[in-house]
Design a protein around this ligand. Structure first.
Ligand code: ADP
Ligand code: MG
Length: 243
């Protein structure tokens, strides 16, 4: 490993500096947290699985002209990425109602949304990642209006691409979270990860609402068979990319 200094240990990954200041090494962990880290556990093999799913999806997205931080994966649970200034906003894109959207609006779980919903949450563990409004984003100077428009366009484009990709894997992309960062030249890049930790993924080959879940909701809701669900997502994603 070429890491030098541990810069940050998050809930799912550890960030290391490398000899090149423009490059970071992210090491994906098996640790799992939910409900703002009130629920903690481990999902065996998750680090490798999420790293490999993210690597595969980021490579594929770059073939669709979407710039990402991904460089390469020197080990199955490690990814070298471009060092970015992360925009402190978690961008959530929803195609189907689930989770907090249902709790906060009363919409029934599984309702197909008339068009994809883009939401912004403040990336702050202390505050519990609260929902933001546009005015709050500008009040807090998190990004400029131009940058927010760029983020929204990119998030929608990523959603269109991923929705059709997952459909080919017989998986419904219900909703997912993205993080973006800005490089030294001021370019906006897709950062962080796209994995069963950060997406809701429903198996189109199963109709039962509990058995169709292929993502972190299996851990959140103690549905069991968490590892095998993550493995199955990885298998289908990699198989689809081989075709
Ligand atoms: P957290 O517990 O904050 O969600 P994670 O364990 O998921 O942390 O990941 C570690 C941190 O790495 C995240 O805060 C994420 O914003 C940050 N990060 C992801 N990609 C990059 C990048 N390319 N440059 C700098 N930081 C990044
Ligand atoms: Mg994270």
């Amino acid at each position: 490993m070429s890491e030098t200094e541990k810069l940050y240990e998050g809930k799912a990954k550890i960030l290391y500096a490398t000899a090149d200041p423009a490059i970071l090494l992210t090491v994906y962990k098996d640790d799992a947290t939910a409900f703002n880290a009130q629920k903690r556990g481990q999902i065996r093999g998750k680090g490798e699985i999420n790293c490999q799913i993210t690597a595969a999806l980021f490579k594929w997205l770059s073939s669709k002209d979407i710039a990402t931080h991904y460089i390469d994966s020197p080990e199955p649970n490690q990814m070298r990425v471009k060092a970015l200034t992360i925009v402190p906003i978690e961008v959530v894109i929803r195609n189907i109602a689930a989770g907090s959207l249902c709790r906060q609006t009363g919409l029934p779980t599984g309702q197909i949304l008339p068009s994809p919903l883009v939401e912004y949450y403040y990336k702050s563990d202390e505050l519990g990642d609260p929902l933001l409004t546009r005015d709050r984003i500008f009040l807090l100077n998190l990004v400029t209006p131009q940058r927010l428009a760029e983020i929204e366009d990119l998030a929608r484009k990523i959603n269109q691409n991923l929705q059709s990709f997952f459909a080919e894997c017989k998986i419904t992309l219900v909703d997912f979270k993205l993080e973006f960062g800005i490089d030294a030249q001021g370019n906006l890049l897709l950062a962080d990860e796209i994995s069963p930790d950060t997406c809701r993924l429903w198996d189109q080959e199963k109709s039962d609402p509990r058995s169709r879940v292929m993502d972190k909701d299996r851990f959140r809701q103690d549905l069991g068979q968490v590892e095998s669900a993550y493995q199955e997502v990885q298998r289908r994603v990699l198989e689809q990319l081989e075709q």
